[in-house]
Ligand binder design. Sequence first.
Ligand code: PRX
Length: 648
Amino acid sequence: MTTQTPSTQDVQKSPHVTADDYARLYAASVNDPDTFWAEHGQRIDWIKPFTKVKNTSFTPGNIDIRWFEDGALNVSANCIDRHLAERGNQTAIIWEPDDPTKEDAQHITYADLHRSVSKMANVLKDLGVARGDRVIIYLPMIPEAAYAMLACTRIGAIHSIVFAGFSPDALGARINGCDAKVVITADYAPRGGRETPLKSNTDTALLHCKEGLKCLVVKRTGGQTTWTDRDYDCNALMAEASDDCPPQEMNAEDPLFILYTSGSTGQPKGVVHTTGGYLVYAAMTHEIVFDYHEGDVFWCTADVGWVTGHSYIVYGPLANGATTIMFEGVPTFPDAGRFWEVCAKHKVNQFYTAPTAIRALMGAGKEWVEKHDLSDLRVLGSVGEPINPEAWNWYNEVVGKGNCPIVDTFWQTETGGHMLTPLPGATKLKPGAAQQPFFGVHPVVLEPTSGEVVEGNGVEGVLCIADSWPGQMRTVWGDHERFEKTYFGDYKGYYFSGDGCRRDEDGDYWITGRVDDVINVSGHRMGTAEVESALVAHAKVAESAVVGYPHDVKGQGIYAYVTLMNGEEPSDALRKELEVWVRTEIGPIAKPDLIQWAPGLPKTRSGKIMRRILRKIAEDDFGALGDTSTLADPSVVDDLIANRMNRA
Ligand code: PRX
């Protein structure tokens, strides 16, 4: 189905890119990437100009990605210093607190940002952080999170943000994974009226980390915390610190940040992005995809713990000299009008959120939207999962009043920025489609089994990318082999996204969801293997298999099949215990929605769990189980069907 909406040309005053521009520029970008990116590389300031543009190889055994490799720059100078002369007094960040009845929004100018970032950079230096060192950031959505990111970039340290909803165990694994020197945290993280004890979580995590780590603690609520020799008071140190910290000259290919993300196997991997290509790509996509114009107020509702927050709260908008909103709260607190109240209050021009939030707010009713003046909105964005047509239409009609193009942006932690997306003013929109590649992105559809390229339109397969783009991840931290195997192992010569897709009769792309064991819960990416390994770590659990199932609000829910140890009895109390256990092992986002007691799991004779069958049962689609004759014990399937969980 390709429902058409009015062309967005009509509603965009002077878009950066028209349909004609798109066709011409896209062709130029893939036919001659060197020339195209040499020009667009100029959108940021270089301390030492690059002379080489693209030097990339997708050849098996030699995956090597370099962009602008002999150039030198500093990211914080690009996001702050270069704007000072023209817009030092312009607001860089509007901070919106969790609870608007208790605190006011803060407006942080570019000059303020320069001062705070320089101070925090000096504090980090005093703690012994040097170029190339890793710093973990485990903070609420407060301005200090942006200061911390930019302070790292100022001195050439590599940051790795851990979402504040992750548990001490998950935090500890990431601290150890990148051998961090310092953890920046806060006393508490308020969110939706509740508080997460970040400092105490950090203390617990550090029990399993090497000696000598330092902990820089920001005061958020002023609530009580314990204090040890390794703790440093960030507010006190910043008050004393000098606000003069010259930006460090960095090579374009020096790592900028590591961000851990889930895969289909094993523990989360540290996705590495580097300095030059990432910044060019984040800045360019931010400007073009959201049709950002000078003076606009841009709001991405994500958390900086995810890549969306990196690219479209901090780096992209600030590199473009925008005013960007940092939102500490949740869409439904204090009430379901919060998003729209913030949009009206700050006259937001571009609003970017996830389908799960739209679905939740759609359920709350349109009266929450209609109370607020949203007349400044020009572009709406969606990210994180496929958006269903009902949610798309509601977003379009109720929020956008039919006047705001919706950019359904498909991308990943690994891609650094948007890959497939409509462009405001250039694309005739189709609800639910990510539509067309961004400049420089060369998508191909492959036949999943043979790996053959599927040509033409009206086709389906797995989504791969045939050539590199500047925002591409460069490696997995400390494990280049895993990088090669994960992304280039299945389809030689191509980057494999892990997603299925359809190219319709018009050549537009539709993402059909992950084809691996990664699930997408409320737009949060989760490896089923991670939840399984948390479950089997419980003393009463013998085995577990986790799959996704369709969930009205979350997109996908977590369905866990659990086989108990001999002698253990299923009970509601144990179910609760396992839920709490997973929350503690990983974090609240990984809590199973449904746990089914499974006396046995469907396995092949060689012992491999047949997940296809488990997915079908979880989806309530067991009429289509396919061939079960190769199972070691086909009778387990009947038991699983008979005892499947009620999804209502
Ligand atoms: O399955 C795709 C889905 O989210 C995955 C990437 O997750 P993550 O690395 O956490 O990054 C999320 C934010 C960039 C993809 O493999 N996904 C993301 N955006 C879309 C999407 N699926 C459909 N439509 C989208 N717009």
